[in-house]
Design a protein around this ligand. Structure first.
Ligand SMILES: *Cc1c(COP(=O)(O)O)cnc(C)c1O
Length: 393
């Protein structure tokens, strides 16, 4: 039986996924493919991981009934508070899981890529805790514009290596990290920050983030006596908070799924990151998915006001949901996201991450019924976006 949740044994979600890697990475990727499920489902791993999620990350995160928001939009809105996690977003769920996995694989050196620095901070945090060496690749331009997170990573003991090729941003940092991995395959684990990359990374990251929907189920049951909401909503950059939010619902036909992508200046403006709208099938960073590319396969520079959504692809899990019409995708512009962030902050007393503000904008775009139960993943907090917010206030 095909499911939306699980890829086949070669890592395909429908026509998307797989592992397109240079020969020198075969042994590492094959080792991961062979061992990941067995390790992460082992009792020993789960005891350690669950203890860290509870006592270090601060899980379970609340599922909060947003009364003011519900009143304004005349529906029942619940917020899954990933912003309350240690380091301020969902990314720590995956970084800690993969760092623990690396230890079990006997790897002592960790590499990661980062755009805004959020995944870099989460990875540096996990490495500090678990005593692993941490090297973070970051575009030269991003290093200049994300100084606070660069500082945090340094304090946490990470080494930051600037990516100086191409546009000197996230996709170039991924390329540099992959190059490092090829050269140091036997000692090093690459902690990818979203549900992208060669199989098994999309499934591995989705499994670590699936705790989000696992908690939503029992929390909703506690509050309203049923496990399934009518809608789940999340923003999609690579798609990890969305995959975690959708995971336990994608194969439940009664739950409708909505994803919010970054429309940037508008989908037709040439400055956008709306991959389902603009993308075509291609291979990016080791897997087949929807990619923003020219006719001859050159990756098009994405744009979004939120660094976390500024990526020219989406994970294969989401490409499949989109083409199979299992999920509805909306593109939200920079201006719409800013406006939602400001209104939401005053209404609920929570400053959301700019990425998250794209998901919140769905409430403006779609009319829900009064009795609909709508769960939105509040993927992260807005401290990191304060400067952007104040410049646009
Ligand atoms: C990184 C980030 C995102 C986007 O990444 P996904 O893998 O698509 O979840 C969304 N929200 C926040 C707060 C982030 O830090």
């Amino acid at each position: 039986m095909t499911t939306f949740r699980n890829p086949d044994k070669n890592g395909y979600y429908g026509e998307f996924g797989g592992a397109f890697v240079p020969e020198m990475l075969y042994p590492n990727v094959a080792e991961l493919q062979e061992k990941y499920i067995q390790i992460i489902e082992s009792k020993e791993f789960q005891i350690e991981f669950q203890d860290l999620l509870k006592n270090y990350v601060g899980r379970a995160t609340p599922l909060y009934f947003a009364k003011n928001l519900s009143e304004k939009f005349q529906t029942q809105v619940y917020l899954k508070r990933e912003d309350l996690n240690h380091t301020g977003a969902h990314k720590i769920n995956n970084a800690l899981g993969q760092a623990l996995l690396a230890k079990k694989l006997g790897k002592k050196r960790i590499i990661a890529e980062t755009g805004a620095g959020q995944h870099g901070v989460a990875t540096a945090t996990a490495c500090a805790l678990l005593g692993l060496e941490c090297i973070v690749y970051m575009g030269e331009i991003d290093i200049a514009r994300q100084a606070p997170n660069v500082g945090r990573m340094k304090l946490l003991g990470a080494t930051i290596i600037p990516a100086t090729s191409g546009s000197k941003t996230l996709k170039d940092a991924v390329n540099e990290a992959l190059r490092d991995w090829i050269n140091n395959a036997s000692t090093t684990h690459y902690i990818i920050g979203s549900v992208v990359g060669p199989h098994p990374f999309p499934d591995l990251v989705a499994r670590f983030q699936s705790v989000i929907s696992e908690e939503i189920k029992w929390q909703l049951n506690e509050k309203i006596g049923r496990e399934n909401p009518d809608y789940v909503i999340a923003c999609v950059g690579g798609g990890s908070n969305a995959a975690g939010t959708f995971y336990h619902f994608v194969d439940e036909a009664d739950v409708k799924i909505i994803a919010a992508e970054a429309g940037g200046f508008g989908v037709e403006s040439g400055k956008s990151a709306a991959t389902t709208y603009l993308g075509t099938t291609g291979v990016l960073h080791g897997s087949k998915s929807l990619v923003m590319q020219t006719d001859d396969g050159q990756v098009i520079e994405p744009h979004s006001i939120s660094a976390g959504l500024d990526y020219p692809g989406i994970g294969p899990f989401h490409a499949n949901l989109y083409t199979q019409k299992r999920a509805e995708f909306y593109s939200i512009t920079d201006d719409e996201a800013l406006k939602s962030a400001f209104e939401f902050t005053k209404l609920e007393g929570i400053i959301p991450a700019l990425e998250t503000a794209h998901a919140l904008t769905i409430l403006e775009k779609k009319t829900f019924k009064k009795e609909d139960v709508v769960v939105i993943c509040l993927s992260g907090r807005g401290d990191k976006d304060l400067e952007t917010y104040l410049n646009n206030f």
